[in-house]
Design a protein around this ligand. Structure first.
Ligand code: G6P
Length: 363
């Protein structure tokens, strides 16, 4: 394993840095700009023709990608929900033979997710595995498979697989909407034109110096809160998960609008609030961040240069201008880098955090 890190101290940093390549692999050959259509090597369009709702089941980082995918599916005009795979058995929405259940799992071996997949099959649903591992249990057991093609991920904290999952789910949303309703309300041509730009846009973020200085500046604070709205919400959850996994510091993600309904009680000058602006109702998210700033919290704005949020920000993690359906992925890269540098400053075991496993094969 040691040799596989190449010039990097940790697999996590190597894998964050690989995203220009992994994203390019994920999209390759799957969108035809001439015809304006998405196609997958597997998954014929008729697979989705009779589907009237989609349930995505996943855990951890994959669950955040599933939440992202569910939002995109709904924007494409498809009835969709994401559910934690470990809650599936007790609180899944109604499932029948017109339901597509999508197991989103990097490893394809997570017991909770396999449990959801099996329960979905028993209930008569069509099942689809969105996974990184060919030949994994999820890939073998599901009716259909879509591979995210991110390449091997060794670091316990998932990084590059999140962006690849979100992209596959975005393409899938257009495919399902088109197959099941005849039209998709997603501007897939614009989105895919920007997916093609993502590798070079991610490259711009990789020097990581802004992320490192944010990590340094707020080292030792009491807790870290992440807020976002729309597609920024799963990004906030993922930012907080990454942070707690590898720094062992207290971090939580909230829907920006929900901050005032409870979490605001936790906000003090010792709790930096990382506010993620993905181009959807940003003015409301700015108001929410202002409420935290009024309580003295330092605000770290994750937004494009020149954004209104900078008027209240103490620190800035810049994201390039891109289609709003994708800016959350660029924000995630910045947040991965912040977590990495914060953990590195604390001398944590970044690739193998305490108590965690890359793939959890018990329920
Ligand atoms: C474990 C890992 C997480 C991962 C989750 C789901 O808890 O520590 O990083 O997101 O499993 O894994 P999967 O392979 O199903 O995506």
């Amino acid at each position: 394993e040691e040799t596989g890190k190449g010039e990097f101290d940790h697999y996590m940093l190597k894998e964050i840095t690989e995203q220009p390549t992994s994203i390019a692999q994920t999209i390759e050959g799957r969108y035809d700009p001439r015809r304006g259509s998405v196609s997958f090597d597997a998954c014929e369009p008729e697979t989705f023709a009779d589907i009237d709702r989609v349930v995505l089941a996943a855990c951890g980082t994959s669950y955040h990608a599933a939440l992202y995918g569910a939002i995109v599916l709904r924007r494409a005009g498809v009835d969709a929900d994401a559910i934690l795979a470990n809650e599936f058995g007790v609180s899944a929405p109604p499932i029948d033979d017109r339901t597509l259940v999508v197991a989103v799992t990097q490893s394809g071996e997570t017991a909770d997710t396999l449990g959801a997949l099996r329960a979905a099959s028993r209930a008569g649903a069509t099942t689809l595995a969105v996974t990184n591992v060919i030949g994994s249990s999820a890939a073998r057991e599901a009716d259909e498979q879509l591979f995210i093609r991110a390449g091997p991920e060794i670091g316990v904290a998932a990084t590059k697989t999140f962006s690849s999952q979100a992209i596959v789910l975005t393409l899938l949303a257009d495919r399902i909407a088109t197959a099941s309703t005849g039209t998709s309300t997603l501007p897939i041509g614009d989105i895919c034109a920007d997916v093609d730009r993502l590798p070079s846009l991610v490259e711009e973020l990789l020097d990581g110096s802004a992320a490192e200085s944010v990590a340094r500046r707020y080292r030792g604070e009491r807790a870290f809160f992440f807020i976002g709205r729309g597609l920024g919400y799963p990004v906030a959850l993922e930012g907080a998960l990454k942070f707690k996994e590898i720094t062992y510091e207290h971090a939580e993600g909230f829907a920006a609008g929900e901050l005032k309904h409870g979490p605001l009680a936790l906000v003090t000058p010792e709790t930096p609030v990382v506010a993620i602006f993905t181009g959807t109702e940003d003015e409301k998210t700015l108001k929410n961040a202002e409420e935290a700033a009024t309580r003295g919290a330092p605000i770290v704005a994750v937004c494009p240069d020149g954004h209104d949020a900078l008027s209240i920000a103490d620190a800035h993690l810049s994201i390039p201008d891109v289609h709003p359906m994708l800016s959350g992925l660029l924000a995630t890269v910045q947040l991965q880098l912040v977590s990495y540098h914060a953990a590195n400053l604390l001398d944590r075991e970044i690739d193998k955090p305490r108590n965690l496993a890359k793939s959890v094969t018990v329920e």
